[in-house]
Design a protein around this ligand. Structure first.
Ligand code: ADP
Ligand code: MG
Length: 463
């Protein structure tokens, strides 16, 4: 089949890479604009967000959409474009490269999927759209959105990711797929096996682009992009992107548009950020009290390591029934099942590592709890962004121990968070760490923030 060309190209590409010949970018003739100029363009565009200028959001019925796609969108329940959808739609439709930044929960999946579905020529039985995402769960979620929007138009989409039968994936791809959503590892596997050809891909999307352009994924992404030799457009979507990754992203884009709807404030604005400073030994008690006192629809409790997830789950399941845990140590079947149960609200609590930290859309999550302080600001933003989706209010609750204080200061500064303290504010009036006590005194359980006083009951328990 068409595989022969792809594999020889692939091998050539590997040899070139080994000999250091291959350029980083995927189109050899591509010109890279100097960073300064690009940045200026970026700033200009920021102030020209069409959605803000108009002051109202366009309805999908006002776009020139094919009727079956409009019908599908209305069936999903979308009436108006979200700001990021409004800002990117015409750029994507025009075939331009794009780097789009917008808050978590702002509708980036549909921002890509709606124009992408329109670009598919269903009379061609080939992969024309490729979406790359960092996790298996995101694969499923993404393909679900594309299916909802594109099924009426006859667009066939499919997700490939590791931990699932290659034979089944191969059979489905051989049967014909228009839009492939994939994690990098399995995609490369199937390319090597000659199952996947990218020679008809006209639109490539990297979702959670900042994650995909980081060490660990970067080589795979470069390899995949280097295998797409025909003319195509590249779209990057992200909720966070530091300067280094932003500069790096230029290597993969050709004369791109930059859209950033991320305001000065980095952490999601629809979320109230609560912190609790305590001795690590008190976490369990404080968590139990917090959960009992809050009005929780669904909550995700993030830990920084798998063994912590396991332990917390063992402890919490004694008191809670609708609770599960998820981390990369579980089989893919189990992960998918838990993911589905949580999404369909059959579970109330999910204890998780960061496999559930990015991109997953759990609209009913009212609370995100950080059992451990996240490693950095981006991780905090992604975790807490699992709540407060689509303008809903969310609440983040983060445990902080003495050891975390330097990182916490940095987090508050870089993410421009206004912290509300449950109990003592350890940053108030403490200039030096050595003066901070390891074990906080016994104290009333209360918010130090003014709003919502009384939402949490007083702690009468002692240890
Ligand atoms: P992001 O990728 O920006 O984090 P998602 O694409 O996961 O956000 O979307 C968040 C939620 O918003 C989803 O539940 C999705 O169904 C919903 N959504 C997307 N677009 C619209 C729209 N135009 N109107 C209403 N809801 C929307
Ligand atoms: Mg997303």
């Amino acid at each position: 089949m068409f595989m022969a060309l792809d594999i020889s190209t692939t091998l050539k590409s590997i040899l070139n890479r080994i000999s250091g010949k291959e350029a980083r970018h995927h189109t050899p003739e591509k010109k890279i604009r100097p960073v300064e100029k690009r940045n200026r363009g970026e700033a200009e565009r920021k102030s020209k967000n069409p959605a803000e200028e108009k002051g109202r959001h366009t309805k999908f019925s006002e776009l020139d959409l094919p009727s079956h796609i409009l019908a599908s969108i209305e069936k999903v329940g979308y009436e108006k474009l979200t700001p990021i959808q409004e800002a990117t739609y015409s750029i994507i439709m025009a075939g331009r490269d794009l780097c789009a930044l917008a808050e978590t929960g702002s509708g980036k999946t549909a921002a890509c999927s709606i124009p992408l579905v329109q670009k598919i020529n269903i009379s061609k039985n080939t992969i024309q759209g490729l979406v790359i995402v960092p996790t298996r769960e995101l694969c499923l979620q993404y393909v679900d959105e594309i299916e909802k929007i594109g099924a009426g138009a006859g667009v066939v989409s499919f997700a490939v990711f590791g931990g699932f039968s290659k034979e089944i994936q191969t059979a489905k791809i051989n049967h014909g797929v228009h839009i492939l959503v994939a994690t990098p590892g399995r995609l490369i596997d199937l390319m090597y096996d000659g199952v996947i050809s990218l020679s008809n891909v006209t639109c490539v999307t990297l979702d959670e682009a900042d994650e995909l352009l980081q060490e660990g994924f970067l080589e795979d992404i470069e390899f995949i992009l280097s295998c797409i030799l025909n003319e195509h457009q590249t779209l990057l979507f992200a909720a966070t992107m530091d300067d280094d990754i932003s500069k790096l992203s230029h290597n993969y884009l050709h004369d791109p548009e930059y859209i950033s709807l991320i305001r000065e404030r980095v952490a999601p604005v629809s979320i109230e950020h609560y912190f609790n400073y305590l001795h690590p030994g008190r976490k369990e008690t404080e968590l139990a009290q917090y959960l009992a006192a809050e009005d929780i629809n669904q909550a995700i409790i993030f830990c920084n390591a798998r063994h912590k997830v396991d332990k917390l789950f063992r402890d919490m399941r004694k008191k809670h029934t609708a609770i599960e845990y998820i981390h990369a140590g579980l089989s893919q079947n189990k992960r998918s099942s838990i993911f589905r149960q949580f999404k369909t609200k059959k579970l109330r609590y999910l204890i998780a590592t960061d496999v559930a930290g990015r991109g997953l859309d759990f609209t009913n999550v009212s609370h995100v709890i950080n059992w451990d302080l996240p490693f950095d600001g981006a991780q905090y933003t992604h975790r807490t962004g699992r709540s407060g989706r689509m303008g809903k209010k969310g609440r983040a609750f983060t445990f902080v121990t003495r050891h975390d204080l330097p990182k916490l200061r940095e987090l508050i500064r870089t993410q421009k968070i206004t912290p509300r303290w449950v109990g003592k504010d350890p940053l108030k009036g403490t200039k030096t760490l050595s003066k901070e006590k390891t074990t906080p005194k016994k104290r009333a359980y209360r918010h130090s923030g003014k709003k919502k006083a009384g939402t949490i009951h007083r702690d009468k328990s002692t240890r």
